[in-house]
Design a protein around this ligand. Structure first.
Ligand code: KG4
Ligand code: ZN
Length: 347
């Protein structure tokens, strides 16, 4: 292993090749240091899965196998680099679909072995947080982070680059999952989050009084399945009564109910931990209603609100490269017999 060469070079000059295949995006990125993205190629399979109403795991794995080498080469070309320029390989270890993760991990192992360079298995959820280091080059921990994606919802205090204190998680559906399920009930296509976001702009968020679920008084956990059921019940009742459903109002009222709970709990944690900054992360961090309400509440409380740009909110390999870099300089190296961990938690 070329550890001597690595210790001689400036840490900011370490070149990382990162691979992300945890769900339905085949992605590869090249980074210089932890924040400078030389290339970030994201090949989405959404059009293929859309006709099934969600991600079909077997189809996802097969598409990753077909695409991975092409995407890796594209990332190298775009960065104007060759395999020989790479110092470190980062790859999503979990959470995600087992077959999909295996495609990325197998490629990463082959590259690390052939080039005799270190490999870092990255927690996908940590990757989402690290997207903020790419977006904001001066951002340093500590800060509060709300991570809301299709599979996960976490409320955490980021103590250091690879140090997290977990305060809340979802007890049932993830925030993005709730968006996708409600969208489906409204007859919208997959993934429904962006479509609900768009429709909400034309709807009245106070039209329907959907429940805000805060759980126990001091809890930082989330629960969205009750809200999802409330929307389904509302739609059924309207249909039974033969009344017209104003899709824009349902979307806006549902989104408002999700966002209010996310914002209030996140602001409360930021105040409790005396955070000066809140960093949003994950696919739902692209939601315009969440960003707007979080910023409004942040202004009231004197807390700065950060979020990655849309391409860095949803799944991408650049965020995995950033997380790999910060783990590497903090002493982590994965062994080549590393396996995928489909149910990996944040901590
Ligand atoms: O982080 P991500 O790309 O994948 C996972 O790690 O799960 O998140 C995808 C989720 C989907 O549920 C999608 O509907 C949701 O993020 N999403 C949104 C928006 N854009 C993506 N939800 C609400 N509003 C959006 N603008
Ligand atoms: Zn994700």
């Amino acid at each position: 292993m070329e550890l001597e060469r690595m210790s001689d070079m400036r840490r900011e000059d370490i070149i990382t090749l990162a691979i992300e295949t945890s769900c339905d995006e085949t992605s590869c990125a090249v980074l210089r240091g932890g924040r400078d993205v030389c290339s970030n190629i994201v090949s989405s399979q959404i059009d293929i899965h859309r006709k099934f109403g969600g991600v079909v795991p077997e189809v996802a794995s097969r598409k990753h196998v077909e695409n991975i080498n092409i995407i890796i080469q594209e990332a190298l070309d775009k960065a104007d680099m060759d395999f020989e320029d790479i110092d470190l390989v980062g790859v999503t270890q979990g959470p995600g679909l087992v077959g999909a993760l295996l495609v990325g991990i197998s490629s990463a192992k082959a590259i690390a072995y052939a080039l005799d360079i270190p490999m870092i298995g990255v927690n996908h959820i940590e990757g989402h947080v690290c997207a903020n280091y790419i977006e904001y080059e001066d951002l340093e921990p500590p800060f509060t982070s709300l991570i809301v994606s299709g599979g996960h919802s976490y409320l955490t205090y980021v103590k250091g680059y690879v140090q997290y204190e977990l305060f809340g998680r979802t007890r049932d559906d993830a925030a993005g999952e709730a968006f996708d399920k409600v969208a489906r009930a409204l007859g919208l296509s997959y993934p429904g989050g962006p479509l609900i976001d768009k429709l909400s702009k034309k709807g009245n968020p106070n039209a329907i009084d959907f429940p805000r679920v805060y759980l126990e008084r001091d809890s930082y956990d989330f629960s969205f399945s009750g809200l999802k059921t409330a929307v389904l019940n509302y739609l059924n009742q309207m249909q039974q009564k033969g009344k017209d459903i104003v899709v824009e109002d349902v979307a806006a009222s549902f989104q408002q109910a999700v966002v209010e709970v996310l914002v209030e709990k996140t602001i409360r944690l930021a105040k409790e931990t005396r955070s000066e900054k809140i960093a949003l992360a994950g696919g739902v961090a692209a939601n315009s209603g969440l960003r707007a309400m979080m910023k409004a509440r942040g202004r009231e409380e004197g807390i700065e609100i950060l979020h990655p740009s849309n391409i860095l909110c949803t799944d991408n390999a650049a965020m995995i490269g950033s997380a790999a870099y910060f783990n590497y300089i903090n002493g982590k190296i994965s062994s080549l017999d590393m396996n995928v961990v489909p149910n990996l938690e944040l901590i």
